[in-house]
Design a protein around this ligand. Structure first.
Ligand code: NCD
Length: 304
C-alpha cells in the first residue's frame, strides 16, 4: 500500500511491508545519498509545542537535504496558542500553508486530533507519554544495522517504561518480529497493561524484571530511557533521579554483540564511561534520524 499522503500517528498505522519499505529506502539513502531536489517546492511545517533537539533538527535537516523548505516554530509561547487558539484551529490553518506537518505536543492524542482537522499529512513527532512512531522507525533501522537482523533477538528495555513514549511505540513495532523482550523497571514505572495485550496478541514472549543482572547475559540490545520527570512531576522538580545508573561494571558478563541504545537525551541513567566502548551505539542511533526521516518524507510526499 502506497505511503503517499498518509498520516503517521502511531507505528500501528503502518503495515509490516510499509515499515520494511521505509527501512529499506533509509538504508539506500544512508549508503548512496538521496536526490537533493526530490522535494523541491514542498513546504514542511515543523510545529513543536514541546522541547526537542534531535527530532526537530533531524526532520528539518532531512527536509532541507531533499530540497524542501521548512517553516514552523520550536516554542508554542511564540504562537497564537498563547492567545488561546485551539490546536485544531491552528492546524486547520497550518495545513493550508504546508504540504506536510510534523507535530510534537505535550498532550496524549494531540497528533490524532490534528490529523482530523486537516487533509494535509501529519507526522506525530511525539504526543505526551503516548507515542513516537518516527523514533521507533529509526530505532528499528538502528537495531537492524547493528545486529544485521530484526529477528531472533533478545531485547531489554530499561528505565521509565510507564511514561516513555519511545518505549510504547517500539514495543508495538517489535511485536511484528520474532523477538524475546525483557522489561526492566520498578513496579511503579512498569510498562502499561495495554502493551502487554499487544504482545500477547502477537504471541511475543516477554517478562518483567527489577534488575538488569537478571537478564544481562542473554541480551543483544539494551534500550535505555531516562526518567520522564515532566510527565508526572511539576516542572521545576528536579530532585527525582533515575532508578538505574548503567556503568561499565553493570555490563560485566554481557555478550560481545550487545549494543546499548538510548533515544536521548541522557540524564543520569547511562554513564559516559560507556561512550567509547563497543557497546555504545546511541550516537549512531541519533545520526540515523536523518536517512530515516529523509526516507519517510520522500515516501509520504511522492506523487501517487
Ligand atoms: C525522546 C522523546 O522526546 O520522547 N527523545 C527523542 O525524541 N529522541 C526521549 C526522551 O525525551 O526521553
Amino acid at each position: 500500500m502506497s505511503l503517499t499522503n498518509q498520516d503517521i500517528l502511531s507505528i500501528s498505522d503502518l503495515t509490516l511491508d510499509q515499515i520494511k519499505e521505509i527501512l529499506s529506502l533509509a538504508e539506500t539513502i544512508k549508503s548512496k545519498g538521496a536526490n537533493s531536489d526530490h522535494l523541491h517546492g514542498k513546504v514542511i511545517a515543523s510545529c513543536f509545542y514541546e522541547p526537542s533537539t534531535r527530532t526537530r533538527l533531524s526532520f528539518e535537516a532531512a527536509a532541507l537535504k531533499l530540497g524542501a523548505s521548512v517553516t514552523g516554530f520550536d516554542n508554542a509561547a511564540n504562537t497564537s496558542s498563547q492567545k488561546g487558539e485551539s490546536l485544531t484551529d491552528s492546524i486547520k490553518v497550518i495545513g493550508r500553508y504546508a504540504d506536510l506537518i510534523v507535530l510534537r505536543h505535550p498532550l496524549d492524542g494531540a497528533a490524532r486530533l490534528a490529523a482530523e482537522a486537516t487533509d494535509t499529512p501529519v507526522i506525530n513527532a511525539g504526543d505526551g507519554a503516548n507515542k513516537h512512531p518516527t523514533q521507533t522507525l529509526l530505532d528499528l533501522f538502528t537495531i537492524k544495522e547493528c545486529q544485521g537482523t530484526l529477528e531472533e533477538l533478545h531485547i531489554a528495555l530499561i528505565g521509565d517504561l510507564k511514561h516513555a513514549r519511545t518505549v510504547h511505540s517500539l514495543t508495538r513495532a517489535l511485536a511484528h518480529f520474532n523477538v524475546r523482550l525483557y522489561f526492566i523497571a520498578p513496579t511503579e514505572l512498569m510498562l502499561p497493561e495495554e502493551l502487554c495485550e499487544v504482545m500477547i496478541k502477537h504471541g511475543i514472549k516477554y517478562s518483567f524484571h527489577a534488575h538488569l543482572s537478571e537478564v544481562l547475559n542473554k541480551l543483544d540490545i539494551l534500550y535505555v530511557t531516562r526518567l520522564q520527570k515532566e510527565r508526572f512531576l511539576p516542572y521545576g522538580n528536579d530532585s527525582a533521579t533515575s532508578p538505574y545508573h548503567i556503568t561499565l561494571a553493570s555490563l560485566d558478563g554481557a555478550k560481545d554483540n550487545l549494543r546499548v541504545l538510548h533515544p536521548l537525551p541522557r540524564v543520569d541513567e547511562l554513564s559516559r564511561e560507556l561512550d567509547h566502548t563497543p557497546y555504545a551505539y546511541y550516537f549512531e542511533q541519533a545520526a540515523n534520524g536523518i536517512p530515516l526521516r529523509q526516507a519517510l518524507l520522500t515516501l509520504l510526499l511522492s506523487p501517487t
